[in-house]
Design a protein around this ligand. Structure first.
Ligand SMILES: Cc1cc2nc3c(=O)[nH]c(=O)nc-3n(C[C@H](O)[C@H](O)[C@H](O)COP(=O)(O)O)c2cc1C
Length: 186
């Protein structure tokens, strides 16, 4: 197996260190994401990168989106602080967006799949820069088109990717046998 695939893992914000992440590394990760495949070359991935003081704006946006998505009587007061803490623990947070082809040339699933390919490119690249991270997809953030402040009507958030340098024990990542997920016809 390719080392980049073997070494890809979810690293959660509590394991991030204070070591700053070089902007050049972030750019290289986004360049890798941008090499993802997409049907009809619609390139439907979009990213918003939050670092430094920009993360305060992200915490505020997450709070606003949560409050817009949940009526006051069902809101959990712990949600916004929980996300603010994760954002604060993360040197870099990348909000992931689906940008639907305005001509509607493709079914949505194909463009969602292309965005996931882009995120996977980024994710498998992290190890090269001694970075770790994970993709978080809270339901309230990933629901509707245009709900993110400033998002276009054809843009929908598909979650947050938290990343940073990290110190974490090497935990097992069990998987069911690949043989059980494959049907061969010979
Ligand atoms: C589309 C997608 C959404 C995910 N959303 C979440 C999430 O909201 N919360 C979470 O803890 N992990 C989330 N994950 C990470 C998975 O939990 C993780 O990849 C899985 O447990 C396997 O662990 P590994 O990445 O270390 O191999 C998501 C992964 C994907 C691909």
């Amino acid at each position: 197996m390719l080392p980049a695939i073997k070494n890809r893992r979810s690293v959660f914000p509590q394991f991030f260190t204070d070591q700053p992440v070089e902007e050049a590394s972030i750019e290289a990760l986004l360049e890798a994401a941008n090499m993802a495949p997409s049907h009809k070359k619609t390139e439907p991935w979009r990213f918003r990168v939050y670092t430094g003081a920009g993360r305060d704006q992200l915490s505020q946006t997450v709070k606003e989106v949560y409050e817009a998505a949940r009526a006051p009587e069902v809101r959990d007061p712990k949600v916004a602080p929980k996300f603010a803490k994760k954002i604060d623990q993360s040197p870099v947070v990348i909000a992931v967006f689906l940008h639907r082809d305005p001509t509607g040339s493709l079914p949505e699933w194909e463009e969602v799949a292309a965005v996931a390919c882009a995120v996977e490119n980024l994710w498998v690249s992290l190890d090269h820069y001694d970075l770790g991270g994970y993709w978080s997809s809270p339901g309230f953030l990933c629901g509707r088109y245009g709900q993110w402040p400033d998002a276009e009507d054809n843009e929908r958030c598909l979650g947050l990717f938290y990343l940073g340098h990290y110190e974490m024990p090497d935990l097992p990542r069990p998987r069911g046998a690949w043989e059980d997920k494959v049907i061969w016809t010979k």
